[in-house]
Design a protein around this ligand. Structure first.
Ligand SMILES: N[C@@H](CCC(=O)N[C@@H](CS)C(=O)NCC(=O)O)C(=O)O
Length: 214
């Protein structure tokens, strides 16, 4: 099984299924390439049905899209409990992951991923601004507080134990940290910040981060 990804430093879409597969304890190889070079673009056209990464090569198929790979993993590795067991939590976990997968365009556009708190990554010499950015951050803070309050008793993650939404929100935590965004200014009572810190301390993410900075 092979997961094909873009640069670890920048490819938030690649980070998500990589975290999911790690959580499953899946045996897989990771192939990273520079998707933005001419050669990389040619390679994308050759191997990727969508001309995007990530891709998972497994059982003779190429599965594309971070959500599709995550859903595949939840089916293949039921013991990993990639969705919460409680049905109410599970319904909302899917809503949250899908909201991230299809939304938060302003955050994604104006705050690129910074995998570490070093200066590596997007320029942060001035605070990020952009239409819709405040709304995106406020919505994320409110979502994080709400889910943590309702479902977070069993652990530090969005629904307590680590689940697929946590993979989808880990890049958000890196963006907040990189740009030193004060979540309290967006209504956080401290629980959204604590959640982000839990994501950034998660051992698989630390491994990704170390590999990205090598
Ligand atoms: N919805 C897709 C988005 C994938 C995506 O946008 N990937 C970017 C890298 S982070 C890409 O492959 N870009 C190639 C390009 O822009 O040429 C997913 O979830 O996998």
């Amino acid at each position: 099984m092979e997961l094909i990804i873009g640069p670890r430093l920048y490819s938030t879409w690649s980070l998500r299924p990589w975290l999911v597969l790690k959580r499953c304890g899946a045996q897989f190889e990771t192939t990273e390439f520079d998707i933005y070079s001419d050669a990389g673009q040619a390679e994308l056209a050759r191997i990727s049905p969508s001309r995007l990464v990530p891709l998972l090569k497994v059982d003779g198929e190429t599965i594309w899209d971070s959500m599709a790979i995550s859903v595949w993993a939840a089916e293949r590795y039921p013991d990993a409990k990639l969705w919460p067991a409680d049905p109410h939590a599970r319904w909302l976990a899917r809503s949250a992951a899908c909201e991230m997968h299809g939304g938060f365009m302003a955050l994604r556009t104006h705050c690129g991923m910074g995998p570490d708190h070093t200066m590596v990554g997007p320029d942060r010499s001035s605070p990020p601004t952009g239409e819709g950015l405040d709304r995106d951050i406020r919505r994320l803070v409110s979502l994080f507080m709400d889910m943590r309050t309702r479902f977070g008793a069993g652990g530090p993650y969005l629904f307590g134990e680590w689940s697929i939404p946590d993979a989808f929100f880990t890049p958000v935590a890196t963006r907040f940290r990189h740009f030193q965004i004060d979540l309290a200014a967006y209504g956080d009572d401290g629980s959204a910040q604590a959640y982000c810190e839990a994501l950034l301390a998660q051992p698989d993410f630390l491994q990704w981060s170390a590999e990205a900075l090598r």
